[in-house]
Design a protein. Structure first.
Length: 142
């Protein structure tokens, strides 16, 4: 009978497959994580409304943020002027004819800035325009 040797009992698991599995899990969780859309990350205090309705989700939506200072931001890009705004809407309409424009205007923004966005959408042929508001029952309105 063979005598037991203490060196034969030391067993260390191979670390390479374990590291491969850990990196695959890390990549999986990074890919499956939902990130904040740039339209929602802009700090805008929306006005409140009693009759707020959720827009349908099946169409292409262009979210336009209008800051209190009058700066217009679309998809994280600051719009330089009215012509740039109309070109942005025109490109979106050419990609999808059912494009919807959602205006997220700060509650202290001048009415003129909101009308400029509406005119830009209408000039590009987009007639489905919505204005984002908080429902009065929503606790984030304050």
């Amino acid at each position: 009978m063979k005598a037991l040797n203490r060196q034969d009992e030391d067993f260390s698991p191979p670390l390479t497959p374990l590291l491969d599995v850990m990196f695959l899990l890390l990549v999986f969780f990074l890919v499956s994580t939902s990130f904040v859309k740039p339209e929602k990350s802009i700090d805008i205090k929306l006005p409140t409304a009693d009759q707020a309705v959720q827009p349908p989700k099946e169409t292409d939506t262009v979210v336009v943020n209008v800051k209190e200072s009058g700066v217009i931001v679309v998809a994280g890009r600051v719009i330089a002027g009215q012509q740039d705004l109309e070109q942005t809407f025109d490109r979106a309409r050419k990609e999808n004819s059912d494009t919807v424009v959602v205006i997220r205007g700060d509650r202290k923004v001048f009415h003129n800035d909101i009308v400029r966005v509406m005119n830009g959408a209408l000039a590009a042929g987009i007639e489905d325009i919505s204005i984002a508001v908080f429902d009065t029952d929503d606790e984030e309105a304050d």
